[in-house]
Design a protein around this ligand. Sequence first.
Ligand code: ASP
Ligand code: MG
Length: 412
Amino acid sequence: MQVDVALLVQKYGGSSVATSERIRAVAERIHDSIQHGDRVAVVVSAMGDTTDELITAARRLSSRPRLREMDFLLSTGELVSAALLSMALHELGDDAVALSGPQAGIRTNGHYGRARITEIAPTRIRGELRGGCVPVMAGFQGLGPDGDIVTLARGTSDTSAVALGVALGVDRCEIYTDVEGVFTADPRIVPSARKLDVVIYDEMLEMAKLGARVMHPRAVEIAEHFGLPVVVRSSFSDAPGTQIVAESAVPIETMQRVRAIAHDLDVARVTVRGVSDRPGLAHALFQPLADRQINIDVILQNASDGGVTDVSFTVAETDLDTTLELIRPVAAEVGARDVAAATDLGKISIVGVGIQSTPGIAARMFGALSSAGINIQSITTSEIRLTCLVAAPDVARAAQRLHDEFDLESPS
Ligand code: ASP
Ligand code: MG
């Protein structure tokens, strides 16, 4: 019998390594893969809520900790997990070596707190794998050009794992988390949500951007770009999880229909009121935000009335303070009347490859929301999603209603 052995990256998220018992269980899972004949490089996140706790510890001592020391501090969370998991593997008789991002050859552009990986030199990791050893790499970190340790952005151990997988040319990257895979909606607000066996990269990317927390959007982008097969699965069960694949790998019937509902409550709307409508206005307003890497989403400019208009857009609520700091002086410069902010909003989206080109889907979405008495404040679309901005208290009901409307409970 031909045994199907593979070269793998396995990434274990914070909840999967939250306690000693869980670290032991993860070690056993890795041990089983090795027994099966697979060669495995492991990437880990910090234990449980460690990263949040480290941030809190820093804030207790400093109201504005320097970014360099903050990264130095936050990088320790993943180092702890890597060391402990290696020890647990040793106990099972496996050879394992814990590596920091810099030791593993992860090079970055050095932007503290949001560095981007520029290159991976996996010589060390390759050598360890060749010698039958399991490299256990700390996720979420790398080396800056000046030799400092930097972190990549919250939630980016996924990115470390996918990038490492690409550099090693692995057969597949397995992302282990505390849910069984990617669902048709967040099961916490839509109890009838169903696990999807297969999701297309672009759908996953939209879902990740819209706040489905199973995978970081950057990780999905890299996987798609390099065609790296990814599996999202639970470290608490043996269920097969969700495969993330290219569009060409799924039957055509899977497409052109709504595949999932995404929601996001981390939304704030900023409105620049009473500004004179002239060329260059949007550029003047949005360039400073782009410079600070703040993502703006739903943009709405009202039809101007006597040459005066309102421009509103949404940002993540976590970016609101910085956004207002940047936008107020620009608004004053272009002669706007004032700037208003609202945070009692949420986004509800339907996602599916090809839905924009499928007639009737938008009308069904609006119809379903209206029959539930939910007011739509604004709408945006992309090739594969339709997003409505609604009042925050309506979000859960909207998700349930749309899940029913598009019959996502029954397998496609
Ligand atoms: N520990 C980091 C965070 O909490 C990175 C990660 O878990 O992916 O953001
Ligand atoms: Mg994560």
